[in-house]
Design a protein around this ligand. Structure first.
Ligand code: ATP
Length: 297
């Protein structure tokens, strides 16, 4: 019999994971899976559960929670030869990974979509010694995002990030960055460096429209300056999928990127959670995991 593990975060979203677990279990059992259910109690649990799923040769892991739960789940697959297929029921406020894969943001619909026979091989990224699914952000603006409270996120979704970013604009001086990528380099001052694997970042589905989930590339944006004069045009470029063409933005793609700074400690934001401080080394792991995606219409 095939084995499946459900990893569910009871605190995600509006604490509604519990009610969805049995619906997922029912679908998996109807597909002849033997199902193990694991609820997370705190940081690291989803990683440990997924690691044991890899080591036990489990066929399928379903992550029920937000992008944070998904991030922890995929980290259980690090350095594992056997990586179970992944299914996602998004319960967070942003849900970038689900957005990028056209998985419904309505949990009940996303659960129905788990019946799909369609599988997509998806890139993952590696930052230092962690995996990531969506995005790494570094710089003073990325640090400002740490201060978005979860109440604000629940209320305002991705606009909470934008609001916080704009609010802190005047207090976030650009920092010196040296970015080396695939034999080239960028050096200068920047308030924000973004390395995206998918089109959706912070809920903005058009941040990086050209980033396909399986293209084997890291899509990098360096904002050269952000000030009262260009904030509005940067904001509209972001909303309309044109950020890479903005005059104050440098854009490139790469398979490996190193970022360091001569400035004091600069923290990163990885998949919406606090990440390591600079220096960082980012690599893409092309088509590293198999994800259940909705049947194409
Ligand atoms: N039982 C639990 N109680 C409280 N926190 C938990 C529990 N289990 C896991 N966590 C923590 O929840 C965080 C992940 O939450 P996740 O991002 O999935 O949901 P969310 O916060 O609702 O989503 P979003 O970030 O999109 O708003 C991780 O930091 C993890 O350590």
């Amino acid at each position: 019999m095939r084995q499946a593990m459900i990893i569910s975060n009871p605190s995600s979203g509006r604490e509604e994971a519990q009610q969805y677990v049995s619906q997922v279990q029912e679908i998996l059992e109807s597909q002849q899976y033997e199902v193990v259910i694991n609820e997370t109690a705190g940081e690291g649990d989803a990683t440990n559960y997924c690691l044991s799923a890899c080591q036990d040769g489990c066929d399928l892991v379903i992550s029920i929670g937000g992008d944070g739960t998904l991030h922890e789940t995929i980290n259980g697959m690090m350095d594992q030869e056997h990586r179970p297929r992944l299914g996602v029921v998004p319960l967070g406020t942003v849900n970038d990974f689900a957005r990028a894969l056209n998985i419904s943001l309505d949990p009940e619909e996303a659960i129905r979509q788990l019946r799909s026979e369609q599988i997509h091989k998806v890139d993952l990224g590696k930052i230092n010694d962690r995996l990531f699914a969506n995005v790494v952000a570094a710089g003073s603006l990325a640090e400002a995002l740490f201060s978005v409270s979860s109440e604000e996120k629940s209320k305002l979704g991705s606009f909470a990030y934008l609001k916080e970013g704009l609010k802190d604009l005047m207090n976030t001086p650009a920092k010196q960055l040296t970015i080396e990528y695939d034999g080239q380099s960028w050096e200068g001052e920047s308030p924000l460096f973004l390395a995206a694997l998918t089109n959706s970042v912070g809920g903005f589905e058009k941040l990086s429209p050209e980033a396909a989930v399986d293209d084997g590339l890291i899509h990098c944006f360096v904002i050269r300056s952000m000030n009262v004069f260009n904030t509005v045009t940067l904001g509209t470029s972001l909303l309309f999928g044109n950020l890479k063409n903005h005059k104050d933005v440098d854009y490139f793609t790469a398979k490996e990127v190193h970022v360091r700074s001569t400035d004091a400690t600069i923290r990163t934001n990885v998949d919406g959670e606090e990440g390591p401080s600079l220096p960082i080394r980012i690599r893409v792991l092309p088509q590293h995991i198999e994800v259940i995606v909705p049947e194409e219409v």
